[in-house]
Ligand binder design. Structure first.
Ligand code: NAP
Length: 263
């Protein structure tokens, strides 16, 4: 299928790498005009796409920058239909006793204040246009512990709460607000995990905790974002879509416990 986003304009943050870059390319392939924003490498993404995209160096968690991105979508492409608030940072691997208030502030700023600013500045413009779709990248780390550091997990739980609140507050606007909760995906953020496994000769162990027994590819999250961006998800609102190979479907248990079958 192609042309599913024909005539639509999308802003994508964190578009210089990983999930954001894969989504920018997929949205453009489907006919969208794309504002690709990142702290760096946004221009490379836009150059790979061509005339359908413009790259902007922008801090997705800084209010003026977000306001400017929305204006650029209007000026260059005539409006805004989709905002994929995807930029995020892991904040490293420090635990509760080692993180500082500054660590927490920066992680919450990028991962949670960024998506809120997207809602705040995209919604009025989308309302004028008769509707739109706002998609925020949360994480399985926002569902329960074990997939990120303390501040990262709290920030992603906050994103899930944000989309619920925003969806309720945008009543009557025809703007849908949803989140995606990726599991382990091979991107810049998880490169240390993949590199470490390569060095240790344990690459085949990556993703073994989920029933599909593999890590995910950025395009597998991009496809979920495409679904939420199009009218195919016209009745999906205030939902956190888990895309994790089944990782979060189960409590930790011994494999083959409770009648699971070995194929
Ligand atoms: P990635 O390859 O590191 O991409 C994230 C991009 O966001 C990077 O280019 C990063 O730039 C950019 N960025 C960071 N802070 C920014 C800011 N303030 N303003 C604008 N851009 C900023 O990682 P990814 O995995 O694709 O991450 C995308 C989203 O998925 C994040 O929200 C992440 O939390 C979420 N996620 C990822 C996974 C996974 O397994 N990969 C799982 C669950 C959720 P720099 O490189 O310069 O920092």
């Amino acid at each position: 299928m192609s042309g599913r986003l024909e005539g639509k304009v999308a802003i994508i943050t964190g578009a210089g790498s990983g999930i954001g870059r894969a989504t920018a390319k997929l949205f453009a392939d489907e006919g969208a005009k794309v504002i690709a924003a990142d702290l760096d490498n946004a221009d490379e993404t836009a150059a790979e796409i061509g005339a359908a995209a413009r790259g902007y160096t922008a801090d997705a968690a800084e209010e003026d920058s977000v306001r400017r991105l929305v204006r650029q979508a209007q000026e260059h492409f005539g409006g805004l239909d989709i905002f994929f608030a995807n930029a995020g940072i892991s904040g490293g691997l420090k635990g509760i006793f080692d993180q500082t208030p500054e660590d927490w502030q920066e992680i919450l700023r990028v991962n949670l204040i960024g998506p809120w600013l997207a809602v705040k500045h995209a919604a009025p413009v989308m309302k004028e246009r008769g509707g739109g779709s706002i998609i925020c990248t949360a994480s399985v780390a926002g569902l329960r512990a074990g997939a990120g550091g303390p501040a990262y997990s709290a920030s992603k739980a906050g994103v899930i709460s944000l989309i619920e609140t925003a969806c309720a507050q945008l009543v009557g606007s025809n703007i849908r607000v949803n989140a995606i909760c990726p599991g382990l995906i091979e991107t810049g953020m998880t490169a240390p995990i993949y590199d470490w496994a390569k060095q240790a000769g344990t690459s085949d162990k990556i993703g073994q905790l989920n029933p599909l027994q593999r890590g995910g590819e950025p395009v597998e999250i991009a496809r979920a974002a495409l679904f939420l961006a199009t009218e195919e998800s016209s009745y999906v609102n205030g939902h956190a879509l888990v895309v994790d190979g089944g990782l979060s479907a189960s409590h930790p248990c011994r494999r083959l416990a409770y009648g699971a079958t070995a194929f």
